[in-house]
Design a protein around this ligand. Structure first.
Ligand code: RB5
Length: 142
C-alpha cells in the first residue's frame, strides 16, 4: 500500500505547498492537506502540531511541512518526540535524512527554494529508504 503524505504550511510556505501538492496528485500519491488554505497570515507552530498529531495515529505515513524558510516549522515539529523533521535545501540532504536519520517529516522553505529543486528534494525524500544498521542505534539515542 502506498504511504500517505500529510502536507501542512503557514502562509510563507503556502505557495510551495500548493505546487508540491499538485505534483504529488499527478503522481497519484495519496495525500491529505492540513492547511493553511490561503496567504492570510497564520502561526507555523499550529500547523506543525496538526501534522504531528496525524503522524502519531496514522501508520505508513510521512509529512511535508512548509514555511518561509522551513526553519520555524521544523523547529516546532521536532518538539514532538515521534517526529524527526529534516530541513533540506539539497537533494543530498533529503537522501541522507532518510538513509541515516529515518526522517519522517521533510521541511521546506517556500521563500528559499527554486520550484524545481523543491520537487527534486520531495521526490528523493519519498523514494529513499532508511538504511537502519548502525544508523538505527544513533536514531534511537535521539
Ligand atoms: C512568516 O513570515 C515566517 O516567519 C515563517 O514562514 C517562517 O519562515 C518561520 O520560520
Amino acid at each position: 500500500m502506498l504511504k500517505k503524505i500529510f502536507l501542512a504550511s503557514d502562509h510563507g510556505g503556502y505557495r510551495l505547498k500548493e505546487l508540491v501538492k499538485s505534483f504529488l496528485i499527478k503522481k497519484k500519491q495519496p495525500i491529505e492537506d492540513l492547511g493553511c488554505f490561503s496567504l492570510d497570515a497564520v502561526d507555523y507552530p499550529d500547523y506543525a502540531k496538526l501534522l504531528s498529531d496525524k503522524l502519531e495515529t496514522v501508520s505508513n505515513a510521512q509529512g511535508i511541512l512548509f514555511c518561509g524558510t522551513g526553519i520555524g516549522i521544523s523547529m516546532a515539529a521536532n518538539r514532538y518526540s515521534h517526529i524527526r523533521a529534516a530541513l533540506c535545501t539539497t537533494v543530498e540532504m533529503a537522501s541522507k535524512s532518510r538513509k541515516h536519520n529515518n526522517a519522517n517529516v521533510l521541511a521546506l522553505g517556500g521563500r528559499i527554494l527554486p520550484d524545481k529543486l523543491a520537487i527534486d528534494i520531495v521526490y528523493e525524500f519519498l523514494h529513499t529508504d532508511f538504511e537502519a544498521g548502525r544508523h538505527r542505534l544513533r536514531v534511537n539515542k535521539i
